[in-house]
Design a protein around this ligand. Structure first.
Ligand SMILES: [Zn+2]
Ligand SMILES: [Zn+2]
Length: 368
């Protein structure tokens, strides 16, 4: 079948909107999903800096959601034609981490999601000239009108929900909310500092507020601090001096948890100095520089850990976040701006410039 997709052909150039061909039917355990909307995540844009490790040309997009239009059969619990689904990251399903319900730490996470995907011979997606495109990105490649995915990466949702907006629950919002609800398991009486009020940081703020956690959000951009405040955090300008002291003042002597979404080594060191004993620093952004620790920073039970995909089992956390949203306690839709898929480059520019928190791309629908 042929359909519209946004193709990234080089690490430097804009996306091109092309007609691509999917040369395979869903196999056992797979489903074909008509994409209603796909969020744009930082990791999509980071492909440009992957120095050749993420193969091109490729259809990116890994926060897709839509309607199942075909299945290849599989276990009884798998989504069926007509089901509405949110797609999440890929995992192998049989390594030690997968068996321990920690699919984000799948032994094959990097290869399946970031650096080449599941092997396809011949390639399933091809361009108009018949030249093969890279295997599906994050098991999805959802910057397209259709995506062929593993049924196990799809989470069924209520068809009454606005499915076109739900895709970011499969990665960005899952990451921020999962760090608070799963990794930190934070609750009333706890204090949390969120560094960086982007999609991940603001999802963390919302989840923390929903969980009764006292939260401080640090960012340099006043408009992002306004958003963080709207969702229940105390805003803190990250640009000025004396950050550790100011955090300690706002958190009764030190934060129990810090979630860094910035990968800024000076900011992370400031936050470490503001952790209370037994406090934990969670890192979700990839560091691009050495993180030097001052002596004593980790004394008294303090810890640092990396958090991937919010430690989530998507099939458990996504329904929980939808439940919180329906109760008015996780208003993620306020972070979204939609763009036609054809405007993918404008969405990227707006994202890079901080003009939008979470772009969601809407493929052109044939029935519209
Ligand atoms: Zn695995
Ligand atoms: Zn992502």
């Amino acid at each position: 079948m042929r359909f519209q997709a946004a193709v990234l052909r080089s690490y430097e150039d804009p996306f091109t909107i092309e007609e691509v061909t999917l040369g395979a039917e869903p196999g056992p355990g797979e489903i074909l999903v008509e994409i209603a909307g796909a969020g744009m995540c930082r990791t999509d844009l980071a492909v440009r800096r992957s120095a050749g490790r993420s193969p091109l040309p490729a259809v990116l997009g890994h926060e897709g959601a839509g309607v199942v239009v075909a299945t290849g059969g599989g276990p009884g619990a798998a989504p069926e034609v007509g089901d509405h689904v949110v797609l999440s990251f890929d995992s192998c399903g049989h390594c030690r981490s997968c068996r321990a319900a920690a699919p984000a730490y799948c032994d094959s996470f990097a290869s399946l999601n970031l650096f080449g995907g599941r092997e396809e011979d011949p390639p399933r997606l091809a361009d108009a000239t018949g030249k093969g495109l890279a295997p599906r990105w994050f098991g999805q490649s959802s910057f397209a009108a259709y995506a062929l995915v593993q049924a196990r990466n799809a989470v069924r949702v209520d068809p009454a929900l606005p499915v076109e907006l739900l895709g970011p629950l499969g990665c960005g919002f899952l990451t921020g909310a999962g760090a608070v609800l799963n990794t930190f398991a934070a609750g009333p009486g706890d204090t949390l500092v969120v560094l960086g009020a982007g999609a991940v940081g603001l999802a963390a703020v919302m989840a923390a507020t929903a969980a009764g956690v006292r939260t401080v959000a640090a960012d340099r951009r006043p408009e992002r601090l306004d958003l963080a405040e709207r969702f229940g955090a105390t805003p803190l300008s990250a640009g000025s001096h004396g950050l550790p002291e100011r955090i300690r003042r706002l958190t009764d002597g030190g934060a129990q948890y810090v979630l860094d979404t910035t990968a800024s080594a000076p900011l992370i060191n400031d936050a470490l100095r503001a952790l209370r004993p037994t406090g934990t620093l969670g890192l979700v952004a990839r560091l691009h520089s050495r993180l030097t620790l001052e002596p004593g920073t980790l004394d008294r039970g303090r810890g640092i850990r990396h958090i991937c995909e919010g430690d989530a089992v998507p099939g458990l956390l996504i329904p929980r976040l939808i439940g919180l949203w329906q109760a008015g306690r996780f208003p993620f839709d306020q972070l979204i701006r939609t763009y036609p898929l054809a405007d993918v480059n404008e969405a990227e520019r707006d994202c890079d410039a901080g003009r939008v928190v979470k772009p969601v791309l809407l493929p052109e629908r044939r029935d519209r």
